[in-house]
Design a protein around this ligand. Structure first.
Ligand SMILES: *Cc1c(COP(=O)(O)O)cnc(C)c1O
Length: 436
């Protein structure tokens, strides 16, 4: 299977090249040339299949030409080492809990898959002793998912750049206590500094000639496509629970990778009536739906901070999937935008009414479904992170502290190791050369 760039000004590439490049040379995002429809027999039998079986069937559509079946099956099994339960929260409203992975957020799925795929590509040629350096700039969640996803994967070194004093203590522990092939670089600056340093490393011809650098953010096809797996799993679980209705997915969105994977699942035949993109105050997508004009802006900080994105990178993929047809996009996806006060009241109301503890991102999804479902519709919101990752926000909103799962406590007790660095691209360059 070939992958093309959404900008259509770069050559088509193989899966391996798409994964190693991340972004296409024309700065477009890679898309698979085919999105195959799964046969009716798959959907007829889906309620009797395991998550692993469902995900393998989906994975074969994209990666089956390029990866031997048993290898792909192993990668899928290894990635999905945790369940994604569907929990009833309210009348016709269900939570798809994507926080049961090692770092308690949905990004574990894509990060774990990508790490294993990359390992396969660099390990399959005899005598290939490349070390691949994965660079990530993080404001919190991405760094922990990527660091944990790649932990102990041979042939790969991960360098996580994060702004000193600007990530939560829990998040910091999740990438500073791991050791082994993971290095946390504490940048004396802002997230934007981290991102700029990483970008300049990718654009540095001389550096890229000396060593193998790649990125692991959500533009990468190997992180993005596996997120389709759990939309099918949600459907299978609802069927098994005997719940029948027209499916509405509400997806708390930042860079729009997660919701775009849902659109891919629907294109593969998953019966979804409509999608809701639930946003915080960073709502350029909602504005696009309303006006037909896309106006990226600098992001605004909110309490659902993993969604503070002013120029969602996967918007390019949505345009591509619908040939930039505003009417078609608006008929499949609607949008909502919530202030911090809305988000807090959704957390409070949900807890008071149902006893279910939401995190601030899932709260946007939940709120968008309440009172907006038509008769016959079943609403599923993606609970993208565990509430304990946002203890202070949750405690302020609902008055109690969410319980810290054991695997989070384990991170908290580890010893932190960081490499301090000035917010300077030259410093990163020198460090990388020294550590190749
Ligand atoms: C990354 C993230 C999001 C946003 O997902 P996108 O795929 O970027 O739209 C939502 N919630 C949480 C908790 C996240 O970490």
């Amino acid at each position: 299977m070939k992958y093309y760039s959404t900008n259509r000004k770069a050559p088509e590439v193989t899966l391996e090249e798409a994964v190693l490049n991340g972004l296409a040379p024309d700065r477009g995002l890679y898309m698979p040339e085919r999105i195959g429809r799964l046969p009716q027999s798959f959907f007829d039998g889906i309620a009797g299949m395991t998550f692993h079986e469902i995900a393998s069937a989906v994975a074969r559509e994209f990666f089956g030409d390029d990866i031997p079946a048993e290898v792909l099956d192993g990668i899928v099994a290894d990635t999905l080492s945790f369940p994604v339960p569907v929990v009833k929260v309210d009348d016709s409203v269900y939570s798809l809990e994507l926080f049961h992975g090692p770092t308690l957020a949905f990004k574990d799925v894509g990060a774990r898959f990508m790490a294993r795929l990359l390992r396969y590509f660099i390990g399959r040629n005899e005598g290939d002793s490349r070390t691949v350096h994965v660079l990530v700039a993080t404001s919190g969640d991405t760094g922990s998912a990527v660091a944990n996803g790649f932990l102990g994967v041979e042939g790969i070194k991960v360098h996580v750049l994060y702004p000193k004093g600007k990530v939560s203590p829990i998040q910091e522990c999740q990438f500073t206590t791991l050791g082994r092939n993971i290095t946390a670089i504490e940048v004396d600056g802002t997230f934007d500094d981290c991102q700029r340093m990483v970008k300049s490393a990718f654009m540095d011809r001389d550096l890229n000639g000396r060593m193998f650098l790649t990125s692991a953010n959500s533009i990468n096809v190997a992180r993005f496509l596996p997120q389709a797996f759990y939309y099918f799993e949600a459907y299978a679980r609802l069927r098994r629970m005997g719940i029948d209705g027209e499916l509405v997915f509400s997806v708390p969105s930042g860079n729009f990778g997660n919701i775009t994977a849902g659109l891919i699942a629907a294109r593969m035949g998953l019966p979804v009536k409509r999608f809701i993109a639930a946003n915080n105050a960073n709502d350029v997508f909602l504005e696009y739906l309303r006006t037909g004009t896309y106006n990226p802006r600098p992001s605004i900080p909110t309490m659902a901070n993993a969604m503070d994105v002013g120029d969602p990178s996967n918007f390019a993929r949505i345009l591509d999937m619908y040939s930039a047809d505003h009417d078609r996009i608006s008929s499949c996806i609607s949008g909502v935008s919530y202030t911090d006060a809305h988000i807090a009241s959704a957390m409070r109301d949900c807890y008071a009414r149902t006893g279910y503890v939401l995190d601030p991102h899932g709260a946007c999804g939940y709120r968008s479904l309440c009172g907006s479902l038509q008769s016959g519709e079943i609403g599923v919101f993606l609970e993208t992170a565990h509430p304990a990752k946002f203890t202070d926000t949750v405690k302020t909103a609902i008055g109690i502290e969410p319980e810290l799962p054991d695997r989070l406590k384990a991170f908290m007790s580890g010893t932190r190791h960081t490499v301090p660095m000035a917010p300077d691209s030259e410093a990163l360059r020198a460090y990388l050369i020294e550590n190749d």
